[in-house]
Design a protein around this ligand. Structure first.
Ligand code: ATP
Ligand code: MG
Length: 754
């Protein structure tokens, strides 16, 4: 059998090979949705006339698009996957705008404003106009309006009669914010999608090569993304989406579960295929997860059937404090590795959190134990001081009108230009005739031209002149016709001109070495973006856009495009749900424990998953509007686990003093029983089966009772949770999932269960 069809069950096989033009696959977690989608791409490539550039594949995270590409490569093995148009919604839209944005008036070389850029712009506006509005709230309201496709003009029209001050202030901020982005040639994340909608509405020919559109995690698309799907698929109307309404967790970002239904309505020939078998998790984990999701009474019941044996009952623990909870996680990781004879490695463990701010205790405990970990969504490589400064220089070189980047580096290294002077300069630029950007203003000032006048000290003036000189020289190196500088060469130039090494030594004496190592890492990453065009210019290219006849393309100077691509990839990598790219580029990849937010973990799986801080207020979150969405979030977290699942919370949560377990309206969300004394009894064999890793013969023998950790040996006191009767009954029922599973237990334990 062909590789793309091997290992598929009947429903998956139908979905992969279906001749239907519009296909919607609805299925629970771990049922092979992503696998099916990937196999369908491989199948389309090898059984139809499609060329890879006829296929557009959209995902939500960089990590999942990378994984998808790798999986396709394994299935087809002829290198064609490199030519698929495959990426996240944001990266695909950015590429289209870079190539065709000029058709709708977007200036060449636009930069991406990430969330921290956005918030600082908004803060400045709020201050400047003395508005009574919380910048963070304004930011999320702007973003949520945009993800519904609304501009400030739309809101103003609808609410023209409103005299509400709050609303007036909001519209004011929104307008000023958008003006600022336009002026600085910036697009924020929402703009990338919105402007791409504009582009494709006006110039559908740009996507005339696309014959099939495939989308993963469709339940989390918003209205704008739905429209993008329609526009991308406008010509051939061939669409495959996969999704799971139970895993919809982006309602707070205006995702609409309704899109599943909407798709069926818009495309009346939609064929819906359901998958039911779960290949990821143990029976016991699924049982517990089902208990959680089934409490949503508005939900349409859907089957979720295990294919694996029940395995180990999930562990539910109460720990005295959050610090001890962290230590407990570490001890369980060590115990699991020891008990399974190193079958598990650190990368098999994940700690999933409701919000990134809960990571401190876990990080501290892992750090103390010397266990390597990677933090998804925490303080990242690109946020480090030395990296931010260098990237800001690149941003200014790529786009001198980038006021924010320029204002940040104007006095780094110090040039005698204090914050008050920066403010004066910014204001003078804005109020100058012709409303100049900060860069234009500085250039005139240094040249003594254009009526640019401000009172500043002589030394500050010299500092400005040197800055302007450095930027101008760098720009001329970038745009040099014969030998344009690559991003790496530009970085080297800046580092040298600024004496950056000495500057770092002086300012960060203590940890200079590690900071300089970061700079070297940045140089290594930049080296992936050469300044010359050609097919090999795309080592890190997510995909290649084909050239469309008769449309004017903005292919531009290859070096400028390389720089802008490098900076965009940095900006997209810092988006909240995305993976820390720097880790993947490490020269010596290390097996690490993953710490991640639940949102960023969707679609992924690990043998062992911890969900700490599972108390009311954290999950369900105290500010969450939709308890069912919180329940789905817990469900997503639980269904990431393959073999072992731990849910815990400190008894006393010092911040909130809540004593409930995961509780919503007084309901306990899950019945999972307390400490599980035989947690590792069957796990070894079981993990080997799930992961299909080679398990040496002597180790595949089930551990005998002498290595079973009894509750009394456990490090932490029992929480005293009684096993509810219901749980036992369910547990018994679950044994029908795999008739032989209990034979794996020593007879004493079997007796206990019967
Ligand atoms: P999620 O909803 O969490 O994104 P999913 O439905 O996309 O899950 P996948 O990630 O595609 O599920 O698959 C889950 C796991 O099950 C993967 O490890 C996959 O390789 C495995 N799997 C899927 N289908 C089969 C099958 N028919 N036989 C064996 N293993 C399978
Ligand atoms: Mg998936």
């Amino acid at each position: 059998m062909e590789p793309m069809l091997a290992e598929l069950n009947a429903a998956q096989h139908t979905a992969v090979t279906s001749p239907a033009a519009v296909l919607q696959i609805l299925a629970p977690p771990g049922s092979g949705k992503t696998k099916t989608l990937t196999s369908r791409v491989a199948y389309l490539l090898s059984h139809h006339h499609y060329q890879p550039w006829n296929i557009l594949c959209l995902t939500f995270t960089i990590k999942s698009s990378r994984e998808m590409k790798e999986r396709i490569a394994r299935l087809i093995g002829n290198g064609l996957e490199a030519k698929l148009i495959l990426g996240t919604f944001h990266s695909v839209c950015r590429r289209y705008l870079a190539r065709y944005g000029h058709l709708i008036g977007i200036r060449t070389g636009f930069a991406i404003a990430d969330s921290s850029d956005s918030i600082s712009i908004i803060k400045r506006i709020v201050k400047r106009y003395h508005l009574q509005i919380d910048p963070k709230k304004a930011q999320s309201r702007i973003s949520s309006s945009k993800s519904k496709g609304l501009t400030y003009e739309d809101i103003r029209k609808v609410e023209a009669h409103q005299k509400n001050m709050d609303q007036q202030d909001f519209i004011r901020v929104f307008e000023a914010y958008q003006d600022h982005l336009d002026q600085s040639n910036l697009l924020d994340y929402d703009d990338l999608l919105l402007r791409c909608v504009d582009l494709l509405r006006q110039h559908p020919v740009c996507v005339s090569n696309i014959e099939v559109v495939l989308i993963d995690e469709f339940q989390d698309t918003n209205i704008v993304q739905f429209e993008l799907m329609q526009l991308f698929a406008a010509k051939h109307k061939r669409i495959t989406t996969v999704g799971d309404p139970d895993q919809s967790i982006y309602g707070w970002r205006s995702a609409e579960i309704k899109n599943l239904k909407r798709m069926q309505e818009q495309y009346s020939d939609t064929l819906v295929i359901y998958l039911e078998d779960n290949y990821r998790s143990s029976g016991a984990i699924l049982l517990a997860a089902r208990e959680v999701i089934e409490q949503d009474e508005s939900r349409i019941p859907r089957p979720l059937l295990p294919t694996h044996c029940p395995g180990t009952v999930p562990v539910l623990r109460l720990l005295p404090t959050a610090d001890i909870e962290g230590l407990w996680i570490v001890s369980e990781i060590k115990r699991a590795i020891a008990h399974t004879g190193n079958l598990l490695e650190h990368s098999d463990f994940a700690v999933l959190l409701r919000s990134a701010s809960l990571s401190r205790q876990v990080e501290a405990a892992l750090g103390k134990a010397g266990i390597p970990y990677r933090m998804v969504g925490g303080q990242r490589f690109f946020d480090r001081f030395e990296i931010k400064v260098l990237l800001d220089y690149l941003r200014v070189i790529s786009q001198p009108d980038h006021n924010d980047a320029l204002a940040r580096i104007i006095n780094v290294p110090p040039r005698g230009i204090g914050p008050a002077t920066v403010k004066t300069l910014l204001e003078s630029a804005e109020t100058s005739r012709g409303n100049l950007s900060l860069w234009q203003f500085l250039r005139n000032l240094v040249r003594g031209e254009g009526g640019a006048l401000v009172k500043i000290s002589k030394s500050a003036m010299q500092g400005l002149a040197s800055l302007v000189g450095i930027v101008l020289t760098a720009v001329s190196k970038l745009t040099h016709t014969m030998k344009p500088h690559s991003p790496k060469e530009l970085l080297c130039y800046i580092i040298k001109k600024l004496n950056f090494e000495d500057y770092l030594k002086k300012t960060h004496e203590q940890d200079y070495d590690s900071r300089w190592a970061n700079v070297e890492e940045l140089l290594a990453q930049a080296a992936d973006y050469p300044a010359h065009a050609g097919n090999d210019a795309s080592i890190t290219e997510d995909f290649v856009l084909p050239v469309i006849k008769d449309v004017q393309q903005d292919i531009g100077n290859a070096a400028e495009e390389a720089l802008s691509r490098f900076l965009s990839n940095v900006a997209l990598a810092t988006e909240i749900q995305r993976e820390d790219e720097s880790d993947d580029n490490e020269s010596t990849p290390q097996a690490r424990v993953t710490i991640s937010t639940i949102h960023a973990a969707k679609g992924l799986e690990w043998p062992v998953v911890f969900i700490p801080s599972a108390y009311g207020g954290s999950i369900p979150h105290s500010r969450a509007e939709d308890t069912n969405e919180e329940r789905r979030l817990l469900y997503v977290a639980m269904t990431r686990a393959q073999a072992m699942l731990y849910i815990s919370r400190p008894v006393k949560n010092s911040q909130r003093g809540q004593y409930f377990f995961v509780s919503a309206q007084g309901k306990v969300l899950t019945f999972i029983r307390g400490n599980n004394p035989f947690a590792f009894l069957v796990i070894e064999n079981y993990i080997a089966r799930i992961l299909r890793r080679d398990c040496p013969a002597e180790r595949s023998v089930i551990l005998n009772s002498s290595v079973v950790t009894r509750a009394e040996d456990d490090l932490w006191p029992l929480d005293g949770t009684e096993i509810p009767e219901k749980a036992e009954r369910r547990w018994d029922k679950s044994s029908s999932m795999d008739n032989n599973w209990d034979q794996q237990l020593p007879s004493k334990r079997r007796r206990m269960l019967s």
